[in-house]
Design a protein around this ligand. Sequence first.
Ligand code: FAD
Length: 339
Amino acid sequence: MESETLDTSSIRKIAIIGSGLAGLTAAIMLGRSGHQVRVFEKSRGPGGRLASKRVANGAVDVGAQYFTSRNPAFLKFLEDYAGADRFGPWRGTFGFQKAQEGWQPFPGESRYVGIPRMTAITRGLSEHVELTAQVRIERITRTGARWQLVSTDGKELGEFDQVVITAPPAQTQELLAASGMTQLLSETHAPGGDILPCWAVAVHFLKAPSAPFDAMRPDSDVLYWVANNSSKPGRDDSGQWWVLHATPEWTKANVDTTPETVTNELLTAFRGLTGFSGVPVESVAHRWLYARSASTDQPGFLWDQGQGVGVAGDWLVGGRVEGAWESANRLAEAMQAGE
Ligand code: FAD
């Protein structure tokens, strides 16, 4: 593991808002250079959209399903900081359906998952940072040359030289607007303009459904993605957990539908797809208002050096897991270089 040191006059106090992959990456990269870094997270624990829900006998992944890696430095970072045993390749079969041609395999590529659940990765990363969870930051305010962080319940959380925001676009925009940061706010509009929602449902069958692939992109108005979560490495399920993601269009039309109805509708579509008539013994549903970015505007990161405030996240680099890492990595480099 590399570590760098700064002369003490260069050490800064830096606050990171959000503990998804982007927030944890920024915290580790800046912390290893000797800065004093604190991470604030509104949820109970780290992970963001690398999300797993606890179920009776373990956990099931309801957010990101897997990740790919174009830059070998990404996997090296995960090995060094999350731990080589906390992720590995998903050796399932992957296919998509075309109206005329039927089912076809996706081209082979390495797909990785957290072991034994997606959140194992962010749990591992969070061991290297100082994290305060269950605190939602409402705004940052100037106190002389520093920034004070203020939570939604009015608490002042400390003064910082610099602040990095890693929330999804709508939440980043709320924060910037409440903090009067109009210039940076205007720069978020193009890359943050097109974030797709997703209803996710996971169902547990005692008898295995027969399906053409372990993970599938069906030709469907309702289902965008269907996967046998139990085919991922390290899952120790009895029976099989299947994850069903609705299409963005169906989710938009059903954004206020109850979780019970959504579960039934996605299950009906799954039965239509596979011909399987089994009844699940357990199910969970999660509504993602901001799941994936479809914006083509990808500045990488945003950094206002004069104010000492930066923005990183997947939506600034292609809307995927590796993009979240890349965005945070690039922002941390720019902050180090004082660009
Ligand atoms: P996030 O993970 O969203 O982290 C932001 C964090 O900020 C969150 O923890 C949030 O709680 C916190 N936060 C927000 N506002 C505040 C505040 N005011 N104060 C404090 N904390 C705050 N990517 C892939 O590569 N492959 C896939 O197969 C894939 N499938 C997906 C399926 C679904 C259903 C979803 C939802 C996403 C999927 N993605 C996939 C996308 C992937 O999950 C994201 O690209 C990545 O996890 C984003 O990381 P991030 O750190 O940028 O943002």
